[in-house]
Ligand binder design. Structure first.
Ligand code: FA5
Length: 347
């Protein structure tokens, strides 16, 4: 029996170093010194021994059990120590700052708008604002639109159905009503820009029902079209870091006379001869928007004497400028809300 006890202890000691985790260690404990374990089971044979033998074997059995328990405890401590060491090795630098949540980025239109505002501010323009829901009077009548002008048509303008009031309300179709709001409250000189969101019933690759414009207005004594051109050349120099040519093409807007489409030399190809520039489509010019000398009827509608004061105004589309700056082929991508698209503009 003593041999059997020694053999079990030997088997246990041989198996112990192979144990790799605490679960397996527990199984080993159960196998040898658990209730039905092979070492524990030897005590059942005590009854067959004489009193002296029983005493001697009992003492030996206890000694072996204690030794086995001590070996198990030692191995458990070793395994825990090894697991702790593995954990510590995994963390390479405990002083490393925790991971930050991902940072958002500005929308390309907001980036373009802020850059425009910054540039005009440095040139001495104040920023003015107006509401998105506008009096039809400010959006059209005060700007010299005749009652039958096609822009007033339901197909172009979102009309606000305000049953409480008697006034005609619309979603502003351009930022030009801010001209009226600004001049109504002030006597010239007036020098403002008015960036903001505008709305029209339009929807294709280059037209969106919601888009952004920036209005410019300068009214004072003796202001001429030459001031407009000089301001625009100065603007391109400040915005693009070098002065670019400006081109005025005759055009019609009811609130300016004369009126012009304002183009600038393409900053990407700088009008290289026979160019294949994808931004300006090889034309060498980029259209900024409408402009012109403020119509005397508009000055009169806000109580400014057109015999004393003259002024110029412009209205540029910001979205199309952002499309050009970032070479975005379809305007609608800007409003789809796909974060993968927006992430490409993070700075
Ligand atoms: C106007 O809105 C005039 N208020 C501009 C103006 C101001 C002229 C002051 C004279 C003096 P127009 O409708 O052309 O003009 O629009 C100006 C610019 O807005 C266009 O050149 C274009 O860049 C942009 N735009 C017009 N419609 C859309 C649209 N649906 N989506 C995106 N951009 C548009």
């Amino acid at each position: 029996m003593l041999d059997q006890l020694n053999a079990e202890q030997e088997r246990f000691l041989a198996a112990l170093p192979e144990i790799a985790d605490e679960d397996a260690l527990y199984q080993l404990q159960v196998t040898y010194i658990g209730k039905k374990g092979s070492i524990t089971g030897l005590s059942k044979k005590l009854g067959k021994l004489t009193v002296d033998e029983r005493k001697a074997f009992g003492a030996e059995l206890n000694r072996v059990k204690k030794a086995v328990q001590a070996a198990l405890d030692g191995r458990r401590e070793e395994l825990r120590e090894a697991a702790r060491a593995r954990d510590l090795a995994r963390v390479e630098d405990l002083t490393m700052p925790a991971k930050r949540p991902p940072r958002g980025s500005l929308h390309p239109i907001r980036i373009a708008q802020r850059a425009l505002i910054d540039t005009f501010r440095r040139m001495g323009f104040d920023v003015a604002e107006g509401p998105h829901v506008e009096h039809a009077n400010f959006n059209f009548d005060a700007l010299n639109f005749q009652p039958d002008h096609p822009a007033r048509d339901m197909q172009d303008t979102f009309v606000v159905d305000d049953r409480r009031g008697s006034e005609d309300l619309v979603l502003r179709t351009h930022t030009s009503p801010v001209q009226i709001r600004t001049m109504l409250g002030r006597t010239p000189p007036v020098r403002i820009i008015a960036p903001g969101t505008v709305f029209r019933c339009d929807d294709d690759a280059t037209h969106s029902p919601m888009f952004h414009q920036i209005e410019g207005l300068y009214v004072d004594r003796g202001v001429t079209m030459a001031d407009l051109k000089a301001t625009m050349i100065q603007f391109t120099a400040a915005f693009f870091g070098r002065s670019l040519d400006i081109r005025l093409r005759p055009s019609y807007f009811p609130f300016v006379e004369p009126g012009a489409e304002l183009d600038m030399q393409c900053p990407f190809c700088e009008r290289a001869q026979g160019g294949t520039c994808s931004v300006c489509k090889g034309t060498g010019w980029i259209e900024l928007g409408g402009s012109g000398m403020v119509h005397p009827a508009v000055l009169e509608s806000v109580g400014v004497d057109p015999e004393v004061y003259t002024g110029w105004a412009f209205g540029f589309g910001i979205d199309r400028m952002a499309m050009l700056m970032y070479q975005i082929p379809d305007l609608r991508q800007m409003f789809d809300g796909d974060v993968r698209f927006l992430r490409s503009f993070s700075n």
